[in-house]
Design a binder for this molecule. Structure first.
Ligand SMILES: [Zn+2]
Length: 62
């Protein structure tokens, strides 16, 4: 799965605030994601994050 820094991820599971779009702030064994609505940071294992992605929104338009 081609996830780059600063991409926005539409997740299958939404954040408790109701938003399901997250911005990628760090990539590694874990992903650090920022909720676009409430700016809450979450850190989840890469495998778990990839399983949960519905759509990747590229910021630079490729
Ligand atoms: Zn949120």
């Amino acid at each position: 799965m081609d996830i780059q820094l600063n991409d926005r991820l539409v997740m299958k599971k939404s954040h408790p605030c109701g938003c399901n779009t997250f911005k990628v702030k760090r990539i590694g064994i874990d992903f650090k994601l920022i909720c676009e609505k409430c700016s809450h940071e979450i850190i989840i294992p890469r495998v778990k994050a990839e399983k949960n992605v519905r759509k990747i929104i590229k910021t630079d338009g490729e």
